[in-house]
Design a protein around this ligand. Sequence first.
Ligand code: NAP
Length: 438
Amino acid sequence: MRHIAIVGSGPAGYYTAEAAQKQWGDDVRVDVIDMLPVPYGLIRTGVAPDHQSIKAVSQRYEKTALTENVRFVGNVMIGRDISAKELKALYDAVVFATGAPNDRALGLPGEDLRNVFGSAAFVGWYNGHPQFADLDPDLSGRNAVVIGMGNVALDVARILSKTDSEFEGSDIVAHALDLLRNSRISTITIVGRRGPHQIMMTPKELSELMDLARASPRVDPADLPEPEEDAFLEPGVRKSVGLLRSFAAIPESERADKRIEIDFDMFASPVRFIGKNQVSALKIERTRVESGRAVGTGETYTIPADLVVSCIGYRSSPIPDVPFDERAGRFANDGGRIESGLYCVGWARRGPTGTIGTNRPDGFSVIEKIAEDFDTGAIANVPHEGRSGLDKLIAERGVDVVTFRDWKKIEEAEEQAARKGAPREKFVDVEAMIRARL
Ligand code: NAP
């Protein structure tokens, strides 16, 4: 019997569990351990609440979770309740699928001013992550600034723009909806340090800006390269640049009835945040792109900024005794292998890139590595206790485990609490989640 522990129950975790089942069938026992009492990681607290069709992939993870040889062990934090060393001693292989939950800092003066947030915190807030439920951003100012030209920046700009009725069918949490309802934001500036050809926003997501009820995107035609230069772009980027071109061509008459402007400020690199206690402005240096890199021109200017959300990427959380690459912000690994017996997958392995689907081949490839390590004897062929050993430790320490069956009760309570037309109203604190299973 193989005993595998997977730490993290997001997409990378469940695809790895699925791969383990395919590899060893009835000869494997997989424990999927999560620090929260609820599964699915980024699907629950990262994917935008108005992107329910993407969230539907959790049905696939549920299938895996409900099989005999896979179990969910919620509300257990590795590195706090159980150490990585203890876990390694209990299982043949431990796979960290812990994602990249921390914001990468810009490292600029004034970054700690009030109302400057990283996207992990801000997205976590509107998605009901218990860690960020109390964020309470101030949306009473007129000017929001979103830093970065990736899909997370787009998510944030779109959520800040939508009307109440555009959130119908979403699972945005009530505390966010209440604040957004009274938001006075009228300009959302998306600040990108490079130009249109370096955009990371993908076409489908970018095109959603065209359909907003009260917001309209604006691109300065002067920022766009000559159209014939687009021919050399990779097709996806070419489509995105095509959309930027169409934003630049929106006639003023069409903008007239839109209260919010989403303004792309490209070739713009943040320099410092300005404000007394709370942010009020952002100083920016104009850039040009040389050999693909943003280079400062020395020209600076300042834009008003009552709220800033920095969407420039994420870092994984280190876990004591697990080798960590500080510079890259993820576990030190070679193609998913940290050392024999310890592995990582998904964003914890490769950093915060790719779509949900990218994690599937990732999960399968880490299981191949583990199988290889069994074959070569790199994983010692000694019996491991697996889940019975974990249960003993958990009982000794009085940790209150949440099972998958418990989760289904929590889910049912969330569905019953949903406002009209919404799939669920999430619990946003751990105690409330735990109480809901009783
Ligand atoms: P991303 O796509 O890597 O974009 C990060 C952005 O931040 C880039 O524009 C980058 O500019 C900028 N940036 C980085 N460091 C900066 C700095 N010091 N100063 C100014 N700007 C800086 O990351 P993301 O938006 O966080 O998304 C993470 C992953 O999740 C991506 O693969 C994304 O596609 C995926 N995702 C997908 C969806 C969806 O499909 N609906 C939704 C959300 C996220 P440079 O390019 O110049 O470095």
